[in-house]
Write a protein that binds this ligand. Sequence first.
Ligand code: FAD
Ligand code: FES
Ligand code: MG
Length: 280
Amino acid sequence: MNQIVNKEQLNPTVTLMEIDAPLIAKKAEPGQFIILRVDENGERIPLTIADYNREKGTITIIFQIVGATTEALNHLQTGDYIHDFAGPLGKATETDGLKKVAVVGGGVGCAIAYPITKKLHELGCEVHSIVGFRNRELVILEEEFKKASSKLVLMTDDGSHGEKGLVTDALKQLIEDGNQYDAVITIGPLIMMKFVCNLTKTYNIKTIASMNPIMIDGTGMCGGCRLSVGGKTQFACVDGPDFDGHEIDFDEAITRSLIYKPFEREAHEALCNLYQMEVK
Ligand code: FAD
Ligand code: FES
Ligand code: MG
């Protein structure tokens, strides 16, 4: 059992929680994740380690309320306990030799992009962050990205904050302006990462995509998180979650991500009935 020591609502659907987890905080690195269960009957869900404090022994998670488990997690308050909290899992993001990087994040993917942006900045790397949201209300971590980046370009689909357009428009512009990146790191919806990777392939820029398939055990045993990368099967929980974006079969990943939708909808409706909430 791990205690929630702080809870903040970052926007109407995104919550930050700081969790007491000294053993995980001791070893955590950007790019890694935890798997939690809200209660003893709960399903296991993976969430990225958005930040860690080795002195305080805490881990920060930032999650979007999208279904039954994230809804149940959001009902816990500061002082409450999370039943299981396991990690750090997965491989840390490779930062060796990177001097100039573009980090491209979309939506809640920015919570996953932030710790790697911060680490690269601390290592003295020139980081250009391009973060995209549907609208102003959904923007998260703007100040944090500003502090951790040499340049921040904030995009919204409707132009209600920052610049209007897609993150790929901003990335293309920066590349066309003559910025030579050692790598592009992209984290967000699968469709966004697919188009970022298609773009960088035309400029031959190494691109790392942080993948988020369905995970169950998180130890490479169940096969639930499998992906095709360079024609080979890889397990995102142990071989990733970072992979060479130009080698990932995104179309297969998108198809696989949709197969449990009817079950997820049913579970969310059951939970909303339990809490007497409106189903979104
Ligand atoms: P459901 O209604 O059950 O599912 C909604 C959608 O969430 C699904 O369509 C699917 O795309 C995804 N999902 C559902 N179950 C799982 C599962 N067991 N594993 C992976 N994805 C699932 N989300 C965040 O908001 N913040 C993060 O920092 C974050 N980090 C992640 C890191 C990794 C390595 C992975 C694989 C996923 C991450 N996610 C993150 C996604 C998060 O796990 C899902 O949003 C969550 O599991 C949804 O659960 P639910 O029951 O509320 O929603
Ligand atoms: Fe089971 Fe990766 S989650 S193999
Ligand atoms: Mg679920």
